[in-house]
Design a protein around this ligand. Structure first.
Ligand code: ADP
Length: 243
């Protein structure tokens, strides 16, 4: 009898551990190495349009990589695949030990909430939530939110709705939302496109501070204000990385 009870308790404990265990974590990840992201042989076509053609790229922890290239080169396609927002036709995507290409949609949602932060060109805030609520909508804690509100110059705007903010202020909120849960990697798609200098400077400083604190950034950009801060600039053209 006692044996049966012990077995049941062990089973319940194991189920709990499994529930809290990170999603689809590969057993092969070597945490001694500082590799953060590894893309191997990524390809994607939209019908007959080839967007990515056998792209491989590695990134280490603490890197700030800018991805540039002409319109239609496949930059956004690559970024959204790493974010798990778009499926690949071929290839593998490893981010911090998570095998993104094999995750279920539930796991991808959790991955975006816990492991990465995404900044879109348009901030994509929730219109009926105020600024503080937007920053904390998916994850994070109050202290971290307060710290970001101050460092991104958003004090005094926290109880406003997004529609009452300028595009630049909205983008700073978008960045705060992406950073509030201390993600391992921030993916940003033209985050300073169309921003005034003050807001662009705030966004660039925000990204730089996050990298100084141990974060990593992969940003699609043409903006010299961002390119000048990158450790590496990778150019994509016709779905391939220019060497
Ligand atoms: P970039 O971000 O470098 O401008 P994209 O990744 O947006 O490039 O697009 C790469 C190519 O894929 C382009 O030729 C684009 O027209 C095409 N493409 C992107 N999204 C779609 C889609 N949903 N349907 C069809 N073609 C698409």
């Amino acid at each position: 009898m006692i044996g049966k009870i012990a077995a049941s308790l062990t089973w319940v404990a194991l189920r709990k551990i499994q529930f809290y265990w990170p999603v689809n974590k590969q057993s092969t990840i070597n945490t001694d190495k500082s590799e953060l992201m590894k893309l191997v042989g990524l390809s994607k076509a939209y019908d007959k349009v080839v967007a990515l053609d056998d792209v491989s790229l590695q990134m280490v922890v603490g890197e700030f990589i800018a991805l540039c290239g002409p319109s239609g080169a496949g930059k956004s396609t690559l970024l959204y695949m790493v974010a798990g927002l778009l499926g690949a036709d071929a290839g593998s995507i490893d981010v911090a030990g998570y095998d993104v290409s094999k995750m279920s949609s539930f796991e991808k949602t959790r991955f975006r909430k816990e492991v990465i932060g995404v900044v879109f060109q348009d901030a994509r805030l929730i219109p009926y939530l105020d600024i503080r609520e937007n920053i904390l909508a998916a994850a994070g804690n109050q202290n971290r939110a307060d710290q970001l509100i101050v460092s991104l110059g958003l004090e005094g705007r926290t109880s406003h709705l997004p529609g009452e903010l300028s595009a630049g202020e909205q983008q700073r909120v978008g960045l705060a939302r992406a950073l509030v849960h201390f993600p391992k990697l921030v993916l940003a798609d033209e985050p300073t496109g169309n921003l005034d200098d003050v807001s662009a400077e705030a966004v660039v400083s925000g990204l730089q501070n996050y990298v100084k604190d141990g974060g990593s950034v992969l940003v699609v950009t043409h903006d010299p204000r961002v390119l000048s801060k990158a450790d590496r600039v990778i150019t994509l053209e016709k779905g391939k990385i220019l060497l």
